[in-house]
Design a protein around this ligand. Structure first.
Ligand code: COA
Ligand code: HC5
Length: 626
């Protein structure tokens, strides 16, 4: 899936439903309503596939026990049937039986800090400025580009994206601007001001931990030009030369329960409440960061990835964020740039499509002459810091700094080949990379683990994601064969092709709404709603093993040479994000230093080796005798 809004390769919405290019309120809805509804897969199919998915990751003994538990669950008239019926009823009543449950369980009820645990980062290509002037010029152009993209959202002229030839749900594009997460004691919420009567016309700019409201439209409703924005950014810069003593934004990096408590303290004060509301309402945030410590070229991208994920700690740029804000563009004085985004409203691909558009936009020369009317000074957002808040900030700082030390992230570019090689060999590039990851992990640990790959459910109305389980019976046979000196190369190649094909088949099943993970989640949540006790299937050891994703992975392609990254989802696991370009692959691998069993440099090394070994295996092995 890729969107190229700059080249307009994809069909604009107007081709889906013939409408003119002026704003028409029905255009978006017409597209959305034409999308299929997410199905509830048949119960038996999911349970059989669940048992199959367990085979490579649990012992035979555990599997035998689980088989009995599963049989009991699906026995005629049993609990499984009852829950399945409940799900089917829910599917009839709602636009999407899953999306609200998913938003709640995966994001809003999840209590760990959004920083590293949930919010992904993106590294943009390094820009060639090295000073404040360059930083502000680039920031101004980027802001102009995002506002230009917003015009397409506002006019509903965004081109529809396609996956496997099918049109995708575009809802997420309408959720990422003018939105923000708000902490709550048991669960958070997300607000979106885009569809309100008076949608916001300002963005938030943060510099030296100080927040500013910057209007990006002239009084006649036209967007500010980048020259105008530049002048405004200079004003902001010149009134925030000293770092704020209290990095208020750091509160947003804390555990959600702690932040929710601090939030209540914070907004008791009227000025604070107004400032917070202004940030929440803003179209997006721009963080003008101080330069980070210099590192070697080899480490540069890893260092920037960390800066995007967490800001580098309280002494560096973490206080220069409001992590609840959906979109935060980060531009540092030394030319490092990127983005961090709050994940609840949207998946990576719409965010990356916006970035692709904006990066192209920043390369364009300035064409529009700026009006000569002087603009008002951007408003500084004031905060009154009570001793209670000061204490909350101190605690948030401590927790954040511990986390920053705990996160290890390595970005590397695999340069020997990209999508081109597997394609040439008639193999799915994504499946090839996933199988290489299985090989890398197996070589490092001697066993295979539950592996998650994100699959898009956007072929369905309001679809989010399901899980491709990359550890399969076939991937295990292949990786075992690779480590078996008795196996012939032609046998290994055949097992490789089979494993790659199995992965691609699972992918098609997942994007078609027939994977197992969200269905199992639905059955479990239905049980919480309907039953007095949890069915044994969800209390079983195998279920816990299956849900403990030591490899949490995602492919996010882009037009621009971007690196995407996120943290692991379990304390003893890895987060692996990759962007396969034609002739190289950008990877990021993350893990926690506090876990003695994980090591990002080693996994990265094994992964490179696995990709190379699979390539030479295919290149050096004549076609099988079969
Ligand atoms: N022979 C030759 N070419 C092949 C091939 C084969 N056997 N199989 C696939 N290809 C080609 C495809 O046609 C495609 O071509 P393109 O580059 O011209 O478009 C390319 O190889 C890539 O296909 P593949 O590697 O199989 O993967 P995909 O692009 O279909 O992506 C997923 C697979 C799972 C990543 C995708 O379905 C998806 O769900 N993406 C969204 C993931 C997501 O949301 N991530 C972020 C979560 S926040
Ligand atoms: C800018 C790249 C963002 C990728 C984020 C991503 O892949 O998020 C996954 C979302 C999902 O529902 O599968 C979750 N994951 C990071 C845990 C894989």
């Amino acid at each position: 899936m890729r969107a190229d809004f700059t080249k307009r390769e994809v069909k604009p919405m107007s081709l889906v439903k013939p409408v003119s290019l002026v704003k028409l309120p029905g255009r978006y809805l017409a597209h959305q309503e034409g999308l299929p509804r997410l199905p509830v897969p048949p119960l038996q199919q999911t349970l059989e596939r669940y048992l199959l998915a367990l085979q490579p990751i649990v012992s035979q003994e555990e599997w035998n026990h689980t088989k009995k538990v599963v049989d009991e669950f699906w026995s005629p008239g049993g609990v499984g049937e009852r829950l399945q019926k409940g799900l089917e009823r829910r599917a009839k009543k709602t636009d999407n039986w899953l999306s609200d449950w998913w938003l709640q369980t995966a994001y809003l009820e999840y209590r760990l800090p959004v920083v590293v645990h949930s919010s992904p980062g993106v590294v943009l290509p390094k820009q060639d400025f090295v000073d404040r002037q360059g930083q502000l010029r680039f920031a101004a152009k980027l802001i102009e580009g995002v506002v230009d993209f917003k015009t397409m959202v506002d006019n509903e002229t965004l081109p529809v994206e396609y996956l496997n030839g099918k049109p995708l749900c575009m809802n997420q594009y309408y959720r990422i601007l003018s939105s923000c997460r708000i902490p709550g004691p048991k669960h958070d919420s997300v607000v979106n001001y885009a569809q309100t009567k008076k949608p916001p016309t300002h963005i938030t700019v943060v510099h030296n931990f100080q927040f500013f409201e910057l209007d990006v439209y002239n009084s006649d409703g036209t967007p500010l030009t980048s020259d105008q924005i530049f002048t405004q950014l200079e004003k902001i810069w010149n009134t925030s030369l000293q770092t704020n003593k209290e990095p208020i934004g750091i509160l947003t990096s804390n555990h959600r329960n702690s932040w929710a408590k601090a939030y209540n303290h914070l907004i008791k004060d009227k000025t604070n409440k107004e400032s917070v509301r202004t940030i929440q309402k803003s179209i997006f945030t721009v963080c003008l960061d101080a330069p980070m410590p210099r590192v070697s070229d080899e480490l540069y991208k890893s260092r920037v990835a960390a800066q995007m994920l967490h800001g580098g700690g309280s002494r560096w740029n973490t206080g220069n964020r409001w992590f609840d804000k959906t979109l935060q563009f980060i531009i540092a004085e030394d030319g490092s740039c990127g983005l961090v985004y709050e994940h609840a409203p949207a998946e990576g691909p719409p965010i990356v499509a916006l970035l692709d558009y904006v990066v192209e936009y920043t390369k364009k020369a300035e064409l529009v002459r700026s009006p000569m009317i002087p603009l008002p000074m951007p408003k500084k957002l004031r905060f009154n810091i009570s001793p209670e808040i000061k204490n909350d900030i101190e605690k948030a700082k401590q927790n954040l700094n511990i986390m920053v030390h705990d996160v290890d992230i390595k970005v590397f570019v695999f340069t020997q080949f990209g999508k081109n090689f597997p394609k040439l060999k008639k193999l799915s590039p994504d499946a090839f990379i996933q199988v290489a990851l299985q090989l890398a992990y197996y070589r490092m640990y001697g066993f295979t683990c539950a592996t998650y790959e994100s699959a898009s459910l956007r072929m369905f109305h309001l679809g989010r994601t399901d899980t491709i389980r990359s550890a399969s019976v076939d991937s295990l046979s292949f990786v075992q064969a690779m480590e078996d000196p008795a196996k012939q190369n032609w046998e290994k190649v055949e097992l490789l092709r089979k494993a790659v094909q199995a992965h691609r088949t699972y992918t098609d099943m997942a994007i078609g709404g027939h994977a197992i993970d969200r269905h199992l989640l639905g059955l479990k949540l239905q049980a919480i709603e309907d039953l007095v006790s949890m069915p044994e299937m969800f209390m079983d050891t195998s279920f816990a093993v299956a849900m403990h994703f030591k490899l949490s992975t995602s492919q996010v392609p882009s037009q621009t040479d971007l690196v995407m990254c996120f943290g692991p989802v379990v304390p003893d696991g890895y987060g692996v994000c990759y962007n396969p370009m034609d002739d190289h692959i950008n990877f990021s691998v993350s893990a926690f230093n506090s876990c003695a069993d994980t090591n990002v440099a080693r996994l990265a090394h094994y992964l490179e080796q696995a990709l190379l070994d699979m390539q030479s295996l295919i290149q050096c092995t004549p076609k099988s005798k079969l």
